[in-house]
Ligand binder design. Sequence first.
Ligand SMILES: C[S@@+](CC[C@H](N)C(=O)[O-])C[C@H]1O[C@@H](n2cnc3c(N)ncnc32)[C@H](O)[C@@H]1O
Length: 230
Amino acid sequence: MDEDTPDEVLTEIRTRQLGGWGVAQIAAGTGLAVYAMWVGILQPGFRKVPLRLQVPYIPASKAQVQNVMTLLRGRKGGLVDLGSGDGRIVLEAHRHGFSPAVGYELNPWLVHLARFHAWRAGHHGKVSYRREDLWKVDLTKCKNVTVFLAPSVLSLLQEKLLAELPDDALVVAGRFPFPDWKPSRIEGQGVERAWAYDMQAQRRHTFQTNDNLLATGSHSDNEMIKKKIS
Ligand SMILES: C[S@@+](CC[C@H](N)C(=O)[O-])C[C@H]1O[C@@H](n2cnc3c(N)ncnc32)[C@H](O)[C@@H]1O
């Protein structure tokens, strides 16, 4: 009988050409690994969130964080980041004097990572990361809000912010603007851009737009929206 030595087997594996079946096996293995990572690391916490409201974790770049901070210049008080990921915006806001600086994040791994980053930076106990669904957070006392979320959720979030935030609040959105809002300032270019929205001006703008739509008879929900945000 022909016995292969380990060296011969290794040489054969190294020199053997990958056939279609081999490529398919590698593709399936890679797909499975990516899926396992998605389910195990990125998905926990999102089981109760409808699919259309699930936003994947994509951290803000240094330039994006910088643009957000520029738009927040001159502001004081607390800040909340809705969907805080690894906590970088909250940490930077704390460095710029915002207190309390709070991040709301559903993914427990990211909440732990954010706490670790704060501890490593020597700001443990100065910032706070809470594992909470941003849709359930009471925003009635928030003066500064940052959001780096997907366009699919921004239109719905507009309604929550309009209904809950005080008039003197400022909202800063990164990467994607709110679809129906009028920014008071814009900072940066391309994907690094960030948009600032002054709530009082925004409410006025929303009323005006809805009144115009009502005058043309094309917006039947106007009274309902007015009630919601008054
Ligand atoms: C695009 S990332 C932005 C992360 C961070 N704000 C930054 O700029 O680096 C969006 C984050 O929102 C979180 N997220 C999505 N839906 C959420 C929800 N309903 N409640 C809390 N966090 C949520 C995701 O887990 C993800 O970490």
